[in-house]
Design a protein around this ligand. Structure first.
Ligand SMILES: NC(=O)C1=CN([C@@H]2O[C@H](COP(=O)(O)OP(=O)(O)OC[C@H]3O[C@@H](n4cnc5c(N)ncnc54)[C@H](OP(=O)(O)O)[C@@H]3O)[C@@H](O)[C@H]2O)C=CC1
Ligand SMILES: N[C@@H](CC=O)C(=O)O
Length: 427
């Protein structure tokens, strides 16, 4: 593959993003990139492009020796797997926005890039227009990255904004996210957290050299958040955001999850509305940096795709330096989380799973408490999957160790004082 002179593109998909990149390329003649053929699924659909460009036969693109770049922008991760792997094996550079495909097949995709010595770029797959992957690849190509905490799904952030700030009903907010092209074809991928955990999987590879599968990670979406949680948050002056987090603990291992979180106005994520995404990167010597921008939608996503296409002109490829180097680390479940839990009745949640409970109260419809739980217990908890149970991570919810608290409790007990008296208001 030689992309130094002219980029001849075979484009798969002409939906929200596919048509977006077609239009953007029309307006970027300086790039000298031409779309030779576009493969779609439904030939009968009207298209805003010359009919002779379209085909439903992907082989026309994959077997065309003149096409040196495949841009994969379809909404089917299984078909995308075939397209991307065939293209890489045919030594065509590939640009994709398909986070599900990438997160679910990362080891094989890494192997193919190496074996066929070919670039595979996917900046648009995480946080839309925000250049987060190249940032982690290039700027944080060292051991300084302490943590990533971000809103990485535009649809859920849009829905939360519409519900919490504008009082729109959930169904209407979701419909708007779909109408505006933010949501996945199957929007349960957004609202149940699958999309965010796919993106987190990709961030872990580029940020920490950790190759894992989304199934290994704890994630929830926004679908279990209860109206009364929103009331609680509003009373405390907090926002609710779906956050993807990865934090290097003092033992060098990484704590990670996707969960809805209570966010204070001290956090940069507090003021991230609608389909915008925001990522706070914490590093050893520079404290915190904040990346903000459109996380979904036609042109923001197309702009990230354009940037990848453009990078092929100078033979750019991901180096995955942390995967190769001594900087590689591993995940751990050996930490604690402070969480807010709400549920319909006492029996919904096993409170014995908690190390302690800081506050608890009850209304005639719902029970609430704030407590600290070991992460591995939370990950295994059946009760977390119950539809009537909602869990929000508290601000700064990751706790590395609780020895100090346990010691204090033990000494109070020895002195005959119940340290938790008053904490378990309901028990
Ligand atoms: N929308 C967004 O904001 C963002 C989307 N993405 C990702 O980008 C990708 C595309 O999303 P989006 O544009 O929203 O999706 P759309 O549903 O709008 O478009 C999907 C396109 O894929 C085509 N298609 C589906 N299956 C095939 C196939 N087997 N062969 C050829 N074409 C096929 C469809 O064809 P037809 O038109 O004939 O039906 C359609 O043109 C997805 O992976 C998505 O996750 C990433 C970041 C943001
Ligand atoms: N459905 C996704 C689209 C972009 O990745 C989202 O809402 O973030």
């Amino acid at each position: 593959m030689n992309t130094a002179n002219k980029l001849t593109i075979g484009l798969f998909g002409f939906g929200v993003v596919g048509e977006g990149i077609y239009q953007v390329l029309q307006q970027t003649p300086s790039l000298q990139a031409t779309i030779k053929k576009i493969c779609v699924k439904h030939p009968e659909k009207p298209r805003n492009a010359p009919p002779e460009l379209f085909t439903t036969n992907g082989d026309e693109l994959l077997n065309d020796p003149e096409i040196n770049v495949i841009v994969e922008l379809i909404n089917d991760a299984d078909d995308a797997y075939h397209i991307v792997t065939t293209a890489l094996k045919g030594r065509k550079a590939v640009v994709s926005a398909n986070k599900k495909l990438i997160a679910h097949h990362l080891p094989e995709l890494l192997q193919l890039q190496k074996q066929y010595d070919i670039p595979f770029l996917y900046e648009a797959a995480v946080c839309g227009a925000i250049p987060i992957i190249r940032n982690l690849e290039e700027y944080y190509d060292n051991d300084l990255l302490r943590g990533i905490c971000g809103i990485v799904n535009g649809s859920t952030n849009f829905i939360l904004t519409k519900i919490l700030a504008e009082n729109l009903p959930y169904a209407k907010a979701l419909q708007q996210a779909q109408d505006q092209g933010f949501a996945e074809t199957d929007p349960t991928l957004d609202v149940e957290g699958y999309d965010a955990v796919n993106k987190l999987t990709i961030l872990l590879a580029h940020g920490y050299g950790i190759v894992t599968h989304p199934d290994q990670l704890l994630f929830r979406g926004i679908n279990q958040i209860h109206a009364s949680d929103a009331t609680y948050a509003a009373e405390k002056g907090l926002q609710i955001k779906l956050t993807a987090q990865a934090k290097k603990l003092s033992n060098g291992k990484v704590a990670t999850f996707v969960l809805p979180q209570l966010v204070t106005n001290q956090s940069k994520l507090f003021d991230v509305p609608n389909e915008n995404n925001g990522v706070v990167i914490e590093s050893s010597f520079s404290d915190k940096q904040f990346l903000y921008g459109k996380g979904a939608g036609r042109f923001p996503t197309a702009s990230a795709v354009l940037s990848d296409i453009s990078a092929l002109r100078y033979q750019y490829r991901y180096e995955y330096r942390k995967l190769k180097s001594a900087l590689r680390t591993e995940l751990t479940d050996d930490f604690y989380l402070r969480v807010f839990v709400s549920c319909a009745s006492d029996s919904d949640v096993s409170r014995e799973d908690f190390e302690w409970i800081d506050e608890a109260y009850i209304t005639n419809k719902r029970q609430f408490f704030v407590g600290v739980i070991r992460f591995d217990k939370l990950k295994a908890a059946e009760w977390l999957r119950k539809p009537q149970v909602s869990l929000l991570v508290c601000p700064d919810g990751i706790i590395e160790g609780i020895e100090e608290r346990q010691l204090k409790k033990r000494s109070l007990e020895l002195a005959g004082v119940n340290s938790l008296a008053g904490a378990y208001l309901l028990n």
